[in-house]
Structures are given as C-alpha cells and as structure tokens.
Design a protein around this ligand. Structure first.
Ligand code: GMT
Length: 377
C-alpha cells in the first residue's frame, strides 16, 4: 500500500508512535510518505520505502497566525496525486484530521476519494480538543474520518463522553518494538556513573509539562530517599523543569536529583533504572510507562486515563489516585526495600509489555487500511 502519515514530528507521544508505525510499515514493504512540518526526529531516510514531504508555510505580513492547515491540506492534495497514495493516516486530531478532511474534499475535484484514518492520542481529546474554541471542528473532523482509532479504551470512553460521535471507534493500543529493545548487559549500563552500588535509581521521562505532575515526582522521591539510599533521574525538557529543580533544592535533595535533559538514550537509561515514576494528571495510554516496562522497569503511576490498561496494579507496578504522593511513595518503598520482590516485578513488567508488541498491533492498522481502501469506512 502507499500510505501517507501526518503527525507532529516531535519527541514523545503521538509523533513517536506515528514514526515507529511508519518505519514498521516500510519494513513490511509498504511505501510510507510522511507529510509533516519537519523531518520526524526518529526517522532515518536512508531506509527503503520511507519518504518525507515537508509542509512549508509561506509567511505574509498580514498573517497574525501562519495558516498551517491550508499549507498541510495543499501538500496532502499534491502528495496523494504525485505518489498515488491509497490512504492518509493522521495522528492527533488538531489540526491534522481537519486538514485531511479538506484535502479529501479538494481531491474529489480530481476524481479521487482518499480514505482518512484518524488516530486520537489523548490531549487532542481531553485537554485541548474539547475546549469550546476547537470542539466543533474536532467533532466534525472525527465524524468525517473514514475510520477512527484511540490508543486505549479509556480514551475511547472520553471521546464518546466529550463529543457527539457518530462513528465507530476502534481501540488500537500503542506498541513497542522488542527487536529494537537492545538488551544491555548489566555491566554495560554504567550504573556507577549515576549512583553508588548501594543506591537504587528511580527515573521519570517526559516533556515536563504540568500534566505530568513533575513536582509530585520530586515529592515522591523526597519520601523514598529518606528510607532507601537512591538517586532520581529526570529525562526530558519542558516548562516545569525549573520548578522541579527549585523544589528539589528547597527539599535539600538536589544532589540526588539528576536532570539529564532530552536524550536519545532512553533505553540505556532504563537499563540502569529500578523504578519508573509517572504520576500524571491525565494520560490516555502512557507510552513512557510501556517503554519502562519493556526495559524491565516496574512503574509507580497514577490511575488516570489509560494507565490501568498498561500498568497492572500489583503485577507490573502500582497505581494510586492522582496527587496521592504518600501512597505512591509507600508503594515505591515497598518495591525497593526487597530485592527479590523488585526482581519479580521487573520480570512481570517485562512479560506484560509483550501484549503490546508491534507484531500484535501492526496487523490491526494494516487491516484497517485495507478495509477503508476497499469499502471507504
Ligand atoms: O503527553 C505527551 O507526552 C504527548 C502526547 C502526544 O499526543 O503527543 O501524548 C499522548 O499520546 C501518547 C501516544 O499515544 C500517549 O502515550 C500519552 O499517554 C498521551 N498523553 C496524554 O494523554 C497526556
């Protein structure tokens, strides 16, 4: 198939899922065309079957806001015709589903009816999409997609609750490619660069936005390190980084909190991590939790959104109510204080992650593409 993919070409979340999906489809022999504002960060174009078409937004003094939607629609119309695309798969509704709908209508003038698959990722529904300034356009573009997917049952329920949806929504979970999961040997992890042998290592990876509750991460760690010699590794960059740094200083633990910034070495960092913290306010799936589990790391998380579908309470880690720092710290100490228990949870987290392996998920998208190409819905 010739598949067009539209996404935010950024680190984290929907962009990563879209990019990894495109790479996997290309490896299976499909021609995959990314139509995005920049080259997706994880993409290596010296790979067969992968193509990148940059959306260029022409600026003009009259424009207060750059009309990215228009530029994207136009580029999609051009790409569908030039590369004979069979289907467009857009990730994150705003503004991608809307721009794809416009492209679909324009292409009808050329006798082409291109099917649109929209994957909803989370904040496009929960935080941003349901805001009154966007809601009518988001609802319209979901209802006019040929097929719609969400990354968890929880996000499907949120979508049905927050919008008047007339389409069937299929849940297709986020995934992990275990073949890319380099199994670092313990001695290669270079644990000693971050902690002394008697210390445990806790980690948090995110874009450090308020929705991730990074201050809770610091507060949980503050309690944990009072009982268990440990270090906290924070990976990522974002608006709450400074606040987190200040809180660590106020609590007198800044020598134990290591800010590593954005990193391409997440798997290597997970190799030396004993416990992953994800106390998010809302999380449609929690790809970071799945990546941690695939790296043999149990997860202490909130029980919001799709997290209970990924992090199984008492098996792969523990769940607590959003903001219940006390309970999260108690669960973390319970795991870290018993070596045999910690090892058992590490193995269980790894085993459970396999239900989300790419071999299980990829055929669901391929079947969906085949269906919409054939029947248009
Ligand atoms: O929250 C992020 O890190 C970014 C955001 C996005 O759309 O790029 O992530 C959302 O999509 C991910 C991939 O499907 C999910 O794993 C995240 O849970 C989801 N984030 C939220 O719902 C807050």
């Amino acid at each position: 198939m010739n598949i067009g993919i539209v996404c935010y070409p950024t680190y984290g979340g929907s962009g990563v899922v879209a990019t990894e999906l495109g790479i996997a489809l290309a490896q299976k022999g499909h021609q995959v065309h990314f139509v995005t504002s920049h080259q997706p960060v994880k993409l290596n174009f010296l790979t067969h079957n992968l193509h990148f078409h940059e959306v260029f937004v022409e600026s003009y003094p009259l424009f207060h806001y750059q009309p990215y939607n228009l530029a994207l629609s136009s580029k999609l119309v051009e790409s569908v015709q030039k590369y004979n695309l069979d289907v467009l798969h857009v990730h994150y509704a705003i503004p991608h589903a809307y721009a794809a709908y416009m492209a679909k209508q324009m292409l009808k003038d050329f006798g082409i009816d291109i099917p649109i698959v929209t994957t909803l990722h989370g904040t496009d529904i929960t935080l941003v999409g349901s805001h009154p300034v966007y809601k009518p356009a988001v609802e319209f573009s979901i209802n006019h997609s040929d097929a719609v997917t969400t990354v968890s049952n929880s996000l499907k329920e949120d979508t049905l609750r927050l919008f008047n949806i007339k389409k069937n929504i299929e849940v297709i979970y986020n995934f992990i490619d275990f073949e890319k999961q380099v199994t670092w040997k313990a001695e290669d992890c270079m644990r000693d660069t971050l902690a002394s042998p008697n210390e445990k290592i806790l980690a948090h990876v995110s874009n450090l936005r308020p929705v991730k509750r990074v201050l809770d991460v610091i507060r949980i760690f503050h309690k944990v390190q009072q009982k268990i010699p440990s270090k906290l590794v924070l990976v990522g960059d974002g608006p709450d980084k400074e606040k987190a740094d200040l809180l660590a200083k106020d609590l007198g633990i800044n020598d134990k909190v290591l800010f590593l910034g954005k990193s391409d070495e997440i798997r290597k960092i997970l190799c030396l991590t004993d416990l992953f913290l994800l106390p998010s306010e809302t999380e449609s799936f929690g790809l970071a939790a799945l990546e941690a589990m695939a790296g043999h790391t149990p997860v202490i998380s909130s029980n919001t959104g799709g997290l209970p579908e990924v992090n199984i309470h008492g098996v792969t880690g523990f769940l607590s109510n959003v903001g219940d720092v006390e309970d999260m710290a108690k669960n973390a100490i319970y795991l870290l204080s018993d070596e045999a228990r910690l090892e058992k949870f590490k193995q269980q987290a790894f085993d459970s992650a396999h239900q989300f392996s790419i071999e299980n998920i990829l055929p669901k998208y391929e079947n969906m593409y085949k269906r919409v190409i054939k029947t248009g819905s």
